[in-house]
Design a binder for this molecule. Structure first.
Ligand SMILES: Cc1cc2nc3c(=O)[nH]c(=O)nc-3n(C[C@H](O)[C@H](O)[C@H](O)COP(=O)(O)O)c2cc1C
Length: 458
């Protein structure tokens, strides 16, 4: 069988994920494999039609396609996202039709599922036969049991391709509707109290629903609203994954383009930030993703901690539950308060005006109270992954380590002295079977007792 590998790591041959593919290649030598280093060569692929066509022809004549990629900021790297956009723009969907495919990633398994969900949706849009995903921890290959697991995954996939086993489509096509939003007058303005509100966008056409929603939101305030379009920032390229920034937050692009100056002078210094990205396929644009990936120079330290944020979107968010989760997770992991996500999906001018105004009002109301909503599992789970990573790889993530120590973020349960004392006492008491029975009966009332005491006291 002819297998095409689309390598989505900007590190090309030095990709960790690609070593998992190389391992499969070595163990299944009966197949032929061809690797395209998509992310590493994305600029050439975008500007050289012959090269793009060569990749399409390879895919068209292949029996199966393996998407091999690292997880970057809850998704695939911006370079691979750009390749996907090119496939749709250049009307090259037909080459992917009915091809068996799997997605294989390495990461710390921090939001690996949102990346795989995204790619699965894209494969369904391309009418591919999506077999399954394989999300490996970046260190798995060093473990014999994990290597065996990887081979079972590959063996089953190759069997499915050879036997033309059935696959199921999971994602419905995204339906976009035509609706032109007409903004009404803003009767009463929200006082921004001298606060600097930044609207960050990658708007392409000002005369669009998104453009008009941004204007309407801006007009809801007395003053103080700035609009920054990331297309106006000089960004030389996407994150190349070198992770040199882990040591001291210094990016290899420093002094070479305008990205970091923009972040330090305009973005992180704003008092509140409204994100207004264009929706492209099942996510935002590759340029938006590039902006987020490049933010990795800050490692795992938040740049907008404690600030109010909101999203203004034009497009079918209701059909993109995965994207909604990514938005929420990004906000929670950034310690920001996500006031609202305003869309034009109601297709009702007045309702959109009202929600935009309401978002502006709530933003200032929450800002005055310094309110940040308590996080959900999206933060709590994510924090534990980051905490353990920063601790265990502190030689690499030195900048993060300093930040985590300073902000007391190494909240390991082993350090909870009260819990340790409680456990010790209870374990010893419960050695007595009679006592154990007594405690069993008291569990419900004892669990709620301290909460009731607080309510009684306040
Ligand atoms: C810019 C950037 C963003 C990342 N974002 C994530 C992430 O969201 N979740 C995660 O688990 N790992 C994340 N990682 C870690 C990579 O996924 C991991 O190191 C991967 O194994 C690299 O694979 P590669 O060598 O094939 O590129 C990120 C790394 C970089 C450089």
């Amino acid at each position: 069988m002819k297998i095409i590998i689309l390598n989505g790591s900007p590190k090309g041959k030095l990709s960790i994920t690609l070593q998992y593919v190389n391992f499969i290649k070595k163990k299944f030598p009966e197949h032929t494999y061809k690797i395209h280093h998509i992310s590493e060569r994305i600029n050439r692929i975008a500007h050289n039609d012959n090269l793009f066509q060569e990749i399409m022809d390879d895919i068209g004549s292949a029996d199966a396609v393996i998407w091999s990629f690292p997880i970057y900021v809850l998704l695939i790297p911006s370079q691979l996202k750009r390749f996907i956009e090119l496939v749709f723009e250049k009307r090259a969907k037909k080459y992917f039709r009915n091809k068996y495919t799997v997605s294989l990633s390495t990461s710390l398994r921090f939001y690996d599922h949102t990346a795989h969900n995204y790619l699965h949706g894209i494969c369904d849009d391309l009418n591919m036969r999506y077999w399954t995903d394989y999300s490996a921890d970046m260190q798995d290959l060093m473990d014999e049991t994990q290597r065996e697991k990887l081979l079972v995954f590959a063996e089953e996939f190759f069997h499915a391709v050879a036997s033309r086993l059935p696959t199921t489509k999971v994602y419905d096509p995204v339906v976009t509707r035509r609706f032109t939003y007409k903004a009404g007058d803003v009767k009463e303005k929200v006082d921004n109290n001298g606060r600097r509100i930044l609207i960050l966008t990658d708007l392409e056409k000002e005369k669009s629903n998104l453009g008009r929603m941004i204007d309407q939101f801006k007009n809801s305030f007395t003053d103080g609203v700035e609009i920054a379009n990331i297309n106006d920032i000089e960004i030389k390229g996407g994150c190349i994954g070198c992770v040199q920034c882990g040591l001291d937050n210094k990016c290899i692009y420093m002094g070479k383009d305008g990205f970091i100056d923009f972040c330090e002078e305009t973005y992180f210094t704003a008092d509140a930030v409204v994100f207004a990205p264009e929706i492209k396929d099942r996510y935002f644009s590759w340029k938006w993703k590039q902006f987020l990936d490049r933010n990795f120079y800050r490692g795992h330290t938040p740049g907008l901690k404690g600030k109010q944020t909101a999203y203004i979107l034009s497009g079918p968010l209701k059909q993109l539950e995965n994207l909604r989760q990514i938005i929420q997770a990004k906000s929670e992991m950034g310690y920001t308060n996500l006031v609202d996500i305003v869309t034009d999906e109601s297709e009702n001018d007045k309702a959109i005006d009202r929600t935009l105004y309401n978002a502006a009002r709530r933003m200032m109301w929450c800002d005055e109270r310094q309110y940040v909503k308590p996080p959900s599992f999206l933060y709590v789970g994510g924090h534990k992954i980051f905490r353990d990573l920063v601790w265990s790889r502190r030689a690499i993530f030195q900048a993060d380590y300093k930040y985590y120590r300073k902000h007391k973020m190494f909240d390991f349960p082993q350090k909870d002295k009260k819990a340790a004392a409680f456990n010790k006492q209870m374990m010893s008491l419960m050695k007595d079977p009679k006592m154990k029975e007594e405690i069993r009966k008291m569990m419900k009332t004892q669990a709620v007792r301290p909460h009731m005491e607080v309510v009684a006291k306040e």
